[in-house]
Unconditional design. Structure first.
Length: 38
């Protein structure tokens, strides 16, 4: 039960569009990995 539920959450999360904050963080990390936006 829990494994299926967790897997479903992971699938829905990975298929969801990125939020602007996630895009910003990813871009910042690519441009300057030393910035700790994580």
């Amino acid at each position: 039960m829990m494994a299926k539920k967790k897997s479903g959450i992971l699938i829905s999360t990975s298929s969801a569009p990125l939020h602007p904050q996630q895009i910003f963080d990813t871009t910042a990390n690519i441009l300057n990995p030393s910035t700790g936006f994580d």
